[in-house]
Design a protein around this ligand. Structure first.
Ligand code: C2E
Ligand code: MG
Ligand code: MG
Ligand code: MG
Length: 277
């Protein structure tokens, strides 16, 4: 009896595993097909100067316009893509499109866009791959965008897990691109470690802005002070109210991003110029 029970459980487990593997394979095949048929699109969210309200940067955020499931947010497919090399193909697609978009906006509106930068999210696996540096160089050459106007957003996990990440970051910064540490404060990087990291900008995770707790506020102030001491720029993510924006001005945070300042929008809706790629 026990034996047959055990086998029964093993069969259920096998079936569950098979279903999961099939679902994963289906998602991967769907992503591959979606890349081939242009189902992905980028939305652009502004990053503004806290003091002047000037546009400083856009962050490119991917969406998947799925033929059956409608608009799929990145959190629903990027994690799966990160488990395979597909994330590198997605990353390359994003790099190509985002750089071309900013180059196009700059051609249409040199005055308004000449100093604006474009931020692209890069996954750990892509940063670890030996091809990223060439892909970035290619995207810049192909779009004609100056390297100084491309920002690569990476997360802390990248820096801890990948011994090659450091070398690749150095190569990327030698190309002239800027590196930004995304979601800072949610991982394991201590403020002291910031000094040694190959990054130019710190993005304080939006969870810190949500909290009214005085201790959390003090922590944000500390992060900003430390970042400035290490010559890093600071972007506060997730600004949703005027009150939050005022608080950032008071504590000397120079850059902000959030729904209050502008939601991620398709290129055609960003409002400044019409040119889309
Ligand atoms: P992230 O890089 O930290 O991007 C910020 C996320 O916060 C975006 O969600 C944005 O829409 C959202 N957000 C911005 N302002 C506010 C606000 O005021 N309130 C709230 N509640 N949310 C705000 P989104 O577009 O859903 O992207 C989620 C995550 O997916 C990104 O987090 C990033 O980690 C990943 N992602 C997005 N696009 C790409 C991509 O092209 N490549 C890779 N590898 N990852 C991407
Ligand atoms: Mg980001
Ligand atoms: Mg973030
Ligand atoms: Mg994030």
């Amino acid at each position: 009896r026990a034996k047959s029970n055990g086998r029964g459980r093993a069969e259920i487990f096998d079936a569950a595993l098979r279903t999961e593997l099939e679902a994963r394979a289906k998602l991967e095949a769907d992503i591959r097909a979606g890349l081939a048929t242009d189902e992905f699109e980028l939305h652009y969210q502004p990053v503004m100067s806290v003091a002047t309200g000037e546009l400083r940067s856009y962050e490119a955020l991917i969406r998947w316009r799925h033929p059956e499931h409608g608009m799929i947010p990145p959190n629903d497919f990027i994690p799966a893509a990160e488990e395979s090399l597909l994330i590198c193909e997605i990353g390359r697609w994003v790099l190509d499109h985002a750089t071309r978009q900013l180059a196009e906006w700059t051609r249409q509106d040199p005055h308004g866009h000449g100093h604006v930068t474009m931020a692209v999210n890069i996954s750990a696996r892509h940063l670890a791959s030996t091809s990223l540096v060439d892909e970035v160089r290619h995207a810049l050459e192909h779009s004609g965008l100056d390297a100084a106007r491309l920002v690569l957003e990476i997360t802390e996990t990248v820096l801890l897990d990948e011994p090659t990440a450091d070398a690749h970051l150095r190569d990327l910064r030698n190309l002239g691109v800027t590196v930004s540490l995304d979601d800072f404060g949610t991982g394991y990087t201590s403020i002291g470690q910031l000094q040694k990291l190959q990054v130019d900008t710190l993005k304080i995770d939006q969870s810190f802005l949500r909290s009214d707790d005085p201790a959390t506020q003090a922590l944000v102030q500390l992060m900003i002070t430390a970042a400035h001491a290490f010559n890093l720029d600071v972007v506060a993510e997730g600004v949703e109210t005027q009150e939050q924006l005022d608080r950032l001005a008071t504590i000397g945070c120079e850059l902000a991003q959030g729904y209050y300042l502008g939601r991620p929008q398709p290129a055609a809706d960003t409002g400044v110029v019409a040119g889309t790629v």
